[in-house]
Design a protein around this ligand. Structure first.
Ligand SMILES: C[S@@+](CC[C@H](N)C(=O)[O-])C[C@H]1O[C@@H](n2cnc3c(N)ncnc32)[C@H](O)[C@@H]1O
Length: 299
């Protein structure tokens, strides 16, 4: 019996893969990881990540050389072909790292970006210790809400999304990670229970902020695979206009809004909040571009 073809190995378990390979006398060096890396038309770091995704092996094992069972090697070739056709690597891997969490992602949700990890760090700096209520508007994979709950188990964390599919992905991530976050399907903050009005400590959000007329200029990889509803909205400022008008009603006195913004939107978004009962401040990301707005509710 060939353990690699008969035993339906779990290809995400590194030990089973490596052990099964060691037990196989009839394997072909065609499917040796270093050879697959060399022959793939993908950049080596991408091929390596896909081999790791199908085998569960570590980076050191893949670059050091392991044999893949036939099923894993075929799966790698299928994923590599999809990658070459333009699918985002993270959807093919099925997971993404966000802060301390490994989240499952697929084309139902936006792939969390590194800037949004920085938004989470900013939110963590600003969230007061002790009991609090945090709302993540437009949660997608659940990345912000779940990472906040992970850091602050004593916070009550709620999240909304207009996409039922995104809510399903986020709920699944919460269940896998055993994090108690309440996900609400619905429009913006109106998806929340009205009884929360005036009691929220922090609203955190990475809303869609690309203007509708810029959609066609986005890279194909994004346009053809990531959900348009996650990225594009009106003239790009619609969500900020809404937040400037409506978010105060949800916040407790002294409560704070922490939002991601587009690199060219700092001035315009600041203007929307200034003089409307907010103390707004724009801050930059690691690349030095405007990327975040924090706005405290004036009491
Ligand atoms: C830029 S994505 C952010 C997803 C996730 N928070 C992240 O940072 O990866 C925006 C999210 O807002 C959701 N969304 C768009 N319009 C919405 C609306 N009117 N109400 C609630 N959620 C909305 C989208 O479905 C998407 O999941």
């Amino acid at each position: 019996m060939c353990p690699m073809t008969d035993a339906a190995p779990d290809h995400r378990t590194p030990n089973s893969t490596v052990a099964a390979l060691a037990a196989d006398g009839s394997r072909s060096t065609e499917d040796e990881s270093v050879r697959l890396l060399r022959r793939s038309q993908l950049p080596p770091h991408e091929a390596e990540r896909l081999i790791r995704a199908v085998t569960g092996a570590s980076r050191a094992e893949v670059v050091g050389g392991i044999l893949l069972d036939r099923r894993s090697a075929d799966e790698f070739r299928r994923l590599a072909a999809r990658r070459l056709a333009g699918e985002p690597l993270q959807y093919l891997e099925g997971t993404v790292q966000f802060g301390p969490l490994t989240l499952e992602v697929d084309r139902r949700v936006l792939i969390p970006r590194p800037e949004t990890e920085q938004l989470w760090e900013l939110a963590m700096q600003l969230l007061p210790r002790g009991s609090s209520i945090v709302v993540d508007m437009g949660t997608g994979s659940g990345c912000l809400a779940l990472a906040i709950k992970h850091e602050r188990p004593d916070a009550t964390v709620l999240a909304t999304d207009i996409s039922l599919e995104a809510v399903a992905v986020a709920r699944n991530n919460a269940a896998r990670l055993d994090l108690d976050v309440e996900f609400r399907h619905g429009n913006r903050l109106a998806a929340l229970d009205p009884s929360l009005a005036g009691s929220v400590t922090m609203i955190v959000t990475n809303p869609p902020y690309i203007p509708e007329d810029e959609w066609a200029q986005l890279p194909r990889e994004i346009r053809e695979h990531e959900p348009k509803v996650a990225l594009v909205v009106g003239d790009g400022l619609d969500m900020y206009r809404y937040l400037a008008n409506d978010a105060r009603g949800w916040l407790a006195p002294g409560g704070i809004l922490v939002t991601e913004i587009g690199a060219g939107q700092g001035e315009a978004v600041h203007r929307l909040f200034a003089g409307r009962g907010w103390k707004p401040r724009v801050s930059i990301d690691w690349t030095g571009r405007d990327r975040f707005l924090t706005a405290r509710k004036r009491t």
